[in-house]
Design a protein. Structure first.
Length: 177
């Protein structure tokens, strides 16, 4: 972030922010903050329309802060907003430390992974067994249906042959001539 953006966020003037940074340069290594070169700033002004008009023609080059620099800046500045930001950062670190201490370790995750793999293997074995039982059951049912249909056909044939062989019962008119 640019120094002028951070100054607005922290509720101070940009020159006061730069003043505090220069007084505490040992707290801002190159991976926390750097100052743009004149050529970089000119190129940025030429390519970016969103920059405020007040900073486009400033004789001083802006400071650019990384996320670590923004956090360090909140500890250097004395505005009420900077103090609150610094307090919130400290609370966030304490919360994260507590979270990490309560979070399961790598060994816990490894044992969970092993347990899940064992469950998956067992479920695959169970599925294979169920499929085999299902196939056996289906084969048995097919044999039963086949036997029943053969019995039904045999019974039908027996009934038909009985009806043709039996003498009819009842009164019959036979005409004599």
């Amino acid at each position: 972030m640019f120094d002028f953006d951070l100054a607005g966020m922290y509720g101070i003037e940009t020159r006061r922010l730069k003043e505090q940074v220069r007084r505490n340069l040992d707290r801002f290594p190159p991976d926390f903050m750097f100052e743009l070169k004149k050529e970089e700033w000119k190129e940025l002004v030429a390519n970016c329309d969103k920059l405020p008009a007040t900073v486009k023609h400033s004789p001083t080059m802006p400071f650019v802060f990384t996320q670590e620099g923004v956090a360090m800046l909140s500890g250097v500045l004395r505005s009420p907003t900077a103090v609150q930001v610094n307090i919130n950062i400290m609370r966030a670190f304490v919360y994260m430390r507590q979270y990490v201490l309560q979070t399961p370790t790598y060994q816990d995750f490894a044992s969970l992974k092993d347990k899940i793999q064992a469950l998956e293997e067992r479920s695959e074995e169970n599925l294979k067994t169920v499929n085999e039982l299902s196939e056996d059951t289906q084969n048995s049912l097919d044999e039963i249906y086949l036997a029943l249909s053969e019995l039904a056909i045999k019974k039908q044939l027996e009934q038909n042959s009985e009806q043709t062989q039996r003498k009819r019962i009842g009164f019959s008119l036979t005409e004599k001539k």
